[in-house]
Write a protein that binds this ligand. Structure first.
Ligand code: ATP
Length: 433
């Protein structure tokens, strides 16, 4: 079949890398793709079409012309904007949820109400669409520690963690009055601050069946030891030893199953990748921090190389509502991803710096491009974004997968390359204690 992957990040490159060898695949198109998807594979091509709503008609016309049978949208925004329904109306299968189901990510007030309705464990919360009411609530509960969240999509920046009531009041003002995140701040969630360790659980869903992939832990902060500014994600590893079989069983029964059943019963079944951000309390209780309705980045670069089965067969089956008919075999190994960013990211950084990758890479080590492009009429690979490229390695121990991922990092050079040097440190700390 012909496949259209939508997006241009490391996640999309990792998807393409896991799909292109499928016996089912004829050709994969990536709109718009990046330097890694442009000419590394003989059966993959970039298509210069974007993915904002104004591009949807052009994407559908392209899909019809090329006889695309499966579309895999990568990022959240086109899903929230309704890309799935757009293709489905034209008879094309999509591995991705409807606009309504995408509200589980696109509106935090919606997802918190969903969790309350279906008794899914999450931080205690109140939703507000009125600044004065939100302010009074904070003043009345000044002894508590809160997290303040703009309800809409705010590029991962809409979550503020104040350390006292004044900062909490400032945060609500920033979101609701100063409109720092635009309409994303029309509503806020004020929720209880949770202590613990975070886990990312990515699940493949067809509305009924849910298959969870190896649990991962990512690294959102720019600096070693989780210091400094938040980023899109600087690295990940899986499976996280924190997720014991007992904890995973609890997550499946108290969170994953009620979520997929609740979404279906509410009339917006989850078809696609449900990504659940979970906080595990020091006593081992999992609570949902957030839902995403798409593959995570960089978790996807970490997890997909561990799937031994044909990914295309799985995603196609999920899109067509027959996920129970396929088997998903996972390699018993560890995977680690280290993201390399342009120096200065997540603040200002330079672009168009030449990238060189020395080959051959060691066995079981992969390079996934994100912010890269190939200059027109040339073969020169240059940087074109903040998170530039990532190295993933698989090994039988977590220690070795980390070591090899950093060997992969050494194979990549560009000006002011920056990466964290401590990916998976929490797992090692846990092992020592
Ligand atoms: P993402 O970039 O993953 O999409 P987001 O902006 O949608 O994130 P959340 O995942 O809800 O927002 O929150 C971002 C981060 O803030 C979490 O990964 C977690 O570290 C922290 N956080 C969120 N809610 C809480 C909470 N209730 N208690 C403690 N920390 C929290």
């Amino acid at each position: 079949i012909n496949v259209l992957v939508v997006g241009n990040g490391g996640r999309e490159h990792a998807l393409v890398h896991s799909l292109y060898t499928s016996p089912l695949v004829n050709h994969i198109y990536v709109a718009p793709g990046n330097g890694g998807t442009q000419n590394s594979y003989s059966n993959v091509s970039n298509v210069p079409i974007g993915y904002s709503p104004k591009d949807f008609p052009a994407l559908v016309a392209f899909a019809k012309e090329k006889d695309i049978q499966l579309v895999i949208p990568g990022p959240e925004q086109p899903l929230v904007d309704g890309i799935s329904t757009f293709f489905k109306k034209n008879g094309i299968s999509v591995f991705g949820p409807s606009a309504k189901a995408s509200l589980m990510e696109g509106s935090k007030t919606f997802s918190k109400d969903f969790m309350a309705r279906h008794s899914i464990p999450t931080a205690d919360f109140q939703n507000f669409n009125n600044y004065e009411l939100a302010k009074n609530y904070l003043l009345k509960n000044s002894e508590k520690n809160f997290v303040i969240k703009a309800s809409g999509i705010a590029a991962g920046k809409g979550v503020l963690i104040p350390t006292n009531t004044q900062e909490a009041l400032d945060a609500v003002k920033q979101i609701m009055v100063d409109k720092e995140f635009g309409h994303a701040g029309d509503e806020v969630v004020i929720e209880e601050f949770l202590q613990g360790d975070e886990l990312s659980i990515l699940c493949l869903c067809d509305g009924y069946t849910i298959i969870d992939l190896p649990p991962a832990q990512d690294h959102k902060r720019i600096g070693d030891g989780d210091q400094g500014l938040n980023t899109g994600g600087m690295g990940a590893y899986a499976p996280a030893p924190l997720a014991t079989p007992a904890l995973l069983a609890k997550i499946r029964s108290t969170i994953l199953k009620p979520t997929i059943d609740g979404m279906r019963k509410d009339g917006y079944p989850m078809i696609g990748c449900l990504f659940v951000g979970i906080m595990v309390s020091p006593s081992g209780e999992p609570k949902v921090l957030e839902y995403n309705v798409r593959f995570g980045d960089p978790e996807t670069q970490t997890i997909l190389p561990l799937i031994k089965s044909d990914l295309l067969e799985i995603l196609y089956a999920a899109a067509e509502g027959r996920l129970d008919s396929v088997e998903v075999n996972i390699e018993k190994a560890f995977s680690t991803t280290v993201v390399m960013a342009a120096g200065g990211y997540p603040e200002s950084y330079t672009k168009n710096d030449e990238i060189t990758i020395s080959k051959p890479l060691p066995e079981n080590t992969f390079i996934f491009h994100a912010g890269t492009s190939i200059l027109p009429n040339s073969t020169k690979l240059v940087t074109s974004g903040g998170r530039v490229i990532a190295s993933t390695a698989i090994a039988s121990t977590l220690e070795d997968s980390v070591k090899m991922a950093y060997v992969g990092v050494d194979h990549v050079s560009f000006k002011n390359k920056y990466n964290r040097t401590d990916i998976a440190y929490r797992a090692f700390k846990q092992q020592q204690s």
